[in-house]
Design a protein around this ligand. Structure first.
Ligand code: GDP
Ligand code: MG
Length: 171
């Protein structure tokens, strides 16, 4: 099976302004860059250390004009990072619906749900326990992160996720 030996394909999806681009760049460069001109998908092709060995990875930082994940994205990836902002209830609703959709349409895919902007606790609109429970219901991983403030957490959470995706593939 050729897809088994090809690059790991990960799509970063979510409503706009939740921090998908910031998260992707933070993970790949360790830097936080505050503003992005984003009006297109960005595909990053790289070789990362996954579980102690080099692994080709393709990460798609998606962009959608109408806040809908496209079928093309859903078909392309074998793993999904579904991002919302803890300060934005609508973005959580989007993420929750999408995690549910993925569990129905792409049941073999690995899913990580991320509540971003955890540094903005005073503006919180989404309770962590609610999101965690939802993720658990759909066998998705879950974490809250602050892309702005913690490089370490972002790295650890995504490193672990890629490790899981890889081991699932080698299954
Ligand atoms: P995208 O539309 O989902 O790609 O979102 P962006 O990556 O462009 O980020 C949207 C806005 O949220 C930008 O102004 C970022 O600087 C900001 N942002 C991203 N992550 C964080 C975070 O963890 N904390 C805070 N406070 N702001 C963030
Ligand atoms: Mg973006």
């Amino acid at each position: 099976n050729s897809s088994q030996s090809g690059p790991l394909r990960v799509a970063v999806i979510g409503a706009s302004e939740v921090g998908k681009s910031a998260l992707t760049v933070r993970y790949l460069t360790k830097r936080f860059i505050g503003e992005y001109r984003s009006d297109t998908d960005m595909l990053y092709k790289c070789v990362l250390q996954v579980d102690g060995a080099p692994q080709s990875v393709e990460i798609m930082d998606t962009w959608a004009s109408c806040d809908q994940s496209s079928d093309a994205h859903l078909q392309w990836a074998e793993a999904f990072v579904v991002v919302y902002a803890i300060t934005d209830k609508q973005s959580y609703t989007w993420a929750a619906n999408t995690v549910q959709e993925l569990s129905e349409r792409r049941s073999s895919a690995s899913v990580l749900m991320l509540g971003n902007k955890s540094d903005l606790g005073h503006l919180r609109e989404v309770e962590e326990v609610e999101a965690r429970t939802l993720a658990l219901t759909h066998a998705a991983r879950f974490s809250e992160v602050s892309t702005a403030e913690s490089c370490t957490t972002v790295s650890q959470v995504l490193d672990n996720f890629l490790k899981e995706v890889k081991s699932q593939r080698n299954g």
